[in-house]
Design a protein around this ligand. Structure first.
Ligand code: FDA
Length: 415
């Protein structure tokens, strides 16, 4: 005999726990199912172990989606201030680090315990570790709504509503799966092609050779990709950030690159201004008649010496060349290499290193108020499984909380 519940939430991560707690506190009998041995590993490892749990500036402009309007309703109904109120209620101390990012003072484990306590307050039932083998049923019959039937490794579960909160493909080694996409496809819902986001970019080939020895160098840069003037769908591919960049053994990383990676289209360049506060060509041309130094020494006033050497090698200029002997055209080319460095990444580090997955369940299939599939009453998708992806900096958790609350409230108020 199947055990009966009002709601089965599959995936006890950020969005799933939030949704289960809200629906259960609203009076529903809720079961929360997860296949992992350890609860909410992504929350645990997030923010370097301190969980960047929200961003005070989070708004629709900080999210990528084929439909940028979709996230507005949920984000405006559950704000960073709302989540912060919950954090304060649980007496978790926190601090703001950078650009509105809030972190726990102590440990991300506190956020996990907070969500667990909120689930307990609604008497959520747990099935964990528990694998869901199939989701059947749903829809309407002449007698009314047909319940969903889940086959799981811990027996059959019958539920009036099912919430898919199983996240996406990033970091498979801690249990990420394509479960949400499979269920969506099974019920005839469209998927926006998933791809890794917030991920280091890789480079190779002869053009990259001068930069290989620079691994470990970090500096603040401006980075952009796409065209600011593009219209229509392409306009969504324009990204611009001022953040730190890090040279790695295989390419580029650091917040600047993670942010731009979500906007980057394979085969196209990213453009980096390595010295956003210095117009290098202008400074060098103006200094030509008065400064007697070598090019390498001049550039090293503004950037790490190893990077200056790499850039001079890449532009074919000897580091010991004297500024006074350089034609203006060469100084302009050097200025371009520093202020408008345009490079085409070979690829990315993939899901193994990506903090998020772009794409997912097509938002056109879902209600923006409730997250329920328009074609399948009672079937909901929340969190990273949906085609809504935030920037780096607490935005992705804010989407997990907000979409979880939107679905949880809709479930609580359903008959
Ligand atoms: P989430 O991945 O949290 O949960 C999905 C759950 O479903 C998991 O518990 C999984 O075990 C379960 N599951 C999967 N398949 C299943 C199946 N077939 N059956 C049953 N259960 C299944 N964001 C942010 O805002 N601030 C930050 O500091 C960070 N830091 C960060 C660091 C790293 C290293 C990564 C990889 C990611 C981040 N993120 C982040 C992103 C953030 O972790 C992510 O966006 C949210 O966890 C997404 O929440 P979800 O609940 O949608 O999925």
């Amino acid at each position: 005999m199947a055990e009966k519940f009002d709601v089965a939430v599959i995936g006890a991560g950020a969005a799933g726990m939030m949704c289960a707690a809200v629906a259960a506190q609203g009076g529903k009998r809720v079961v929360l199912i997860d296949h992992a041995e350890k609860l909410a590993e992504k929350i645990r490892i997030s923010g370097g172990g301190r969980c960047n749990f929200t961003n005070m500036n989070a708004g629709p402009a900080n999210f990528l989606s084929e439909n940028p309007h979709f996230c507005k309703s949920a984000l405006s109904r559950y704000t960073p201030q709302d989540f912060l109120a919950l954090v304060k209620k649980h007496r978790i101390s926190y601090h703001e680090k950078h650009k509105g990012q809030l972190f726990c003072d102590e440990s991300s484990e506190q956020i996990i315990q907070m969500l667990k306590a909120e689930c307990a307050a609604g008497s959520v039932h747990w099935r964990m570790p528990c694998a869901v083998e199939s989701v059947k049923g749903g829809g309407q019959s002449p007698e009314g709504a047909v319940p969903f039937l889940l086959q799981t490794s811990l027996g059959e579960i019958e539920a009036q509503a099912v919430v898919i909160a199983t996240g996406a493909l990033s970091i498979p080694k801690i249990g990420a799966t394509d479960f949400a996409y499979r269920v969506a496809k099974q019920f005839g819902l469209n998927i926006v092609e998933p791809r890794p986001g917030l991920v280091p970019l890789t480079f190779d080939g002869p053009g990259w050779a001068p930069f290989v020895p620079l691994a470990g160098i970090a500096l603040e840069v401006d980075v952009e990709t796409g065209s600011r003037k593009a219209k229509g769908k392409k306009a969504g591919n324009y990204g611009h950030f001022r953040e730190d960049l890090l040279f790695t053994h295989r390419g580029l990383s650091g917040p600047a690159i993670l942010q731009i990676s979500s906007y980057w289209e394979p085969g196209t360049p990213i453009t980096i201004n390595l010295l956003p506060e210095v117009d290098v060509a202008q400074e060098l041309i103006e200094a030509k008649s008065t400064v007697k130094k070598q090019l390498g020494n001049i550039l090293s006033q503004w950037m790490p010496a190893r990077l200056a050497e790499g850039l001079l090698a890449a532009t074919g200029l000897p580091a010991d060349a004297r500024l006074a002997d350089m034609p203006d055209a060469k100084l302009r080319a050097l200025g371009d290499a520093v202020n408008r460095w345009s490079i085409v990444p070979t690829g990315s580090e993939g899901y193994r290193k990506a903090e998020v997955t772009l794409g997912g369940v097509d938002t056109r299939e879902l209600s923006q108020q409730t997250m329920m599939a328009q074609k399948v009453p009672g079937l909901y998708f929340i969190g990273e499984a949906v085609d809504v992806t935030g920037w780096l900096g607490g935005y992705n958790f804010q989407w997990a909380w907000a979409s979880g609350v939107a679905a949880g409230q809709a479930l609580a108020s359903a008959a």
